[in-house]
Design a protein around this ligand. Structure first.
Ligand SMILES: C[S@@+](CC[C@H](N)C(=O)[O-])C[C@H]1O[C@@H](n2cnc3c(N)ncnc32)[C@H](O)[C@@H]1O
Length: 429
């Protein structure tokens, strides 16, 4: 069943005529047909049939006119699309949800294997994508493929779509986060966590290491000419788009300090109740049409490069509550939970000379039993912190490689953090 405009949600666009308006305000929108064209050029028969249906041409849809750059783009795209498909199938979830689906033909492939598929994208895209894909499905497979129009940053519209799905979902996201600002990504992450908490399943993200994938593939392909080609490519991309990928926390920039960028991205996810596992692409990539066209030495290099970048499997943090009864009292209430090596604390009342020793004792007993690399303190109900309380935070800082984050401190606590210079040592959200 098509539900382009879920009940209660205002229509985002009313007709296909509005596509040109959408194109002008949303830089990511027009890249979806480019993706389809590149997949078609990679020898994917379903993509070719869809691409012909839309009448796509190279002039409109190739990002570059340079033949060797096109090959690189096709290899990257085919690697991403095929490997993500394999991972979604292997996830064990009964429904694969492509968010955003663009115009891709994954519904046709999944239905042919008897697997349920849901495509979600902006309503204007679904208006075009759904009839084209559905027209290629045998009648007996129609029930397996459904489409919904929604905005990934709008929970009500997503919820209306996910309400139609039963059981665990494997959500795949390819080619979106590089176009989102951090605040849009934050909304999207919160929405994904809510959906996964309700349904179970996982979120597979191809975008986090896309720059890494590009650089490693280009280096494997061009060898010594790599830097010169990358410079040309960057100048070309800068002219075409106003998007600055380097400004995206969840899109790792490997040209600066990749380890730090990775920590920042993981902390961003943790702040939204999510955690990620890196899935190395080389371990799952299937046979690729584009590699069959290349000399054997280049294929070896490209396959080798796939060992160094990953797609991310993201799931909600399932925190285990910790026993805090010994630390309570004297004006401080504590709640604590542990997820892997992240300790989350909720401190209510005063963290002062009387109560700080209890918190310190609790912290030291916890790190004796568990590995703790990050502490997050919910300060919503924290009224006051004295220098004794700050000393406990400094002790935590020394023990945690990923630092201490204070979430929502009140004005009094913020002022104390500024006065003491602690504001430069901890993260404040
Ligand atoms: C580069 S395309 C990728 C599409 C698809 N994943 C693929 O690989 O073919 C990006 C897609 O994101 C969609 N999009 C952009 N903003 C969106 C939003 N707020 N909510 C849902 N989809 C969005 C666009 O309409 C477009 O189809």
């Amino acid at each position: 069943m098509t539900d382009v405009t879920p009940a209660g949600i205002p229509s985002l666009t009313r007709s296909v005529d509005d596509l040109s308006l959408l194109e002008r305000v949303n830089p990511v929108f027009n890249t979806a047909k480019m993706t389809l064209y590149q997949l078609a050029s990679s020898g994917d028969e379903n993509a070719l049939a869809l691409s012909n249906m839309y009448g796509l041409t190279a002039e409109e849809t190739e990002a570059t006119s340079e033949a060797d750059e096109q090959i690189i783009n096709h290899i990257i795209l085919e690697t991403r699309y095929r490997t993500m498909g394999v991972l979604a199938e292997r996830s064990g979830c009964p429904t694969a949800v492509d968010l955003p689906c663009g115009y891709n033909p994954r519904g046709i492939e999944f239905a042919a294997k008897g697997h349920a598929y849901v495509g979600i994208d902006l309503p204007a895209v679904i208006l075009e994508a759904e009839p084209a894909v559905t027209s290629m499905l045998p009648e007996s497979q129609h029930h397996l493929v459904r489409y919904f129009g929604a905005d990934a940053t709008n929970y009500a519209s997503l919820e209306a779509a996910f309400d139609h799905i039963e059981g665990e979902v494997c959500i795949t996201t390819e080619g979106l986060l590089m176009y989102f600002t951090d605040s849009e990504t934050a909304e999207f992450c919160d929405n994904i966590r809510r959906v996964l908490s309700a349904h179970g399943g996982c979120w597979l993200l191809a975008d986090a290491e896309v720059v890494m994938q590009y650089i490693l593939t280009a280096r494997a392909f061009y060898g010594d000419r790599f830097m010169e080609v990358m410079r040309r490519r960057k100048a070309h991309a800068d002219k075409q788009s106003d998007v600055d990928v380097k400004a995206r926390t969840l899109v790792i920039d490997p040209t600066a300090d990749p380890a730090q960028a990775m920590r920042k991205a993981m902390a961003f996810l943790a702040a939204h109740g999510l955690k990620a596992e890196r899935i190395i692409v080389a371990d799952h990539v299937p046979e690729l049409n584009n590699l069959a066209k290349l000399p054997a030495d280049k294929v070896v290099q490209i396959r080798e490069s796939m060992k160094s970048y990953a797609y991310w499997k993201i799931t909600p943090i399932a925190a285990v509550p910790l026993d805090v009864h010994e630390a309570q009292g004297s004006g401080m209430e504590l709640a604590a939970s542990l997820d892997d090596d992240t300790l989350s604390l909720e401190i209510a009342g005063r963290l002062d000379t009387l109560t700080a020793p209890n918190l310190l004792k609790f912290y030291e007993q916890t790190v004796e039993k568990h590995s703790v690399e990050e502490v997050r303190v919910d300060c919503t109900k924290l009224a006051y912190v004295s220098s004794a309380g700050l000393r406990v935070i400094v002790i935590m800082l020394k023990g945690c490689t990923r630092g201490v984050t204070l979430v929502a401190p009140n004005d009094t606590v913020r002022e104390i953090l500024h006065q003491t210079g602690m504001v430069d040592m901890v993260n404040v959200e």
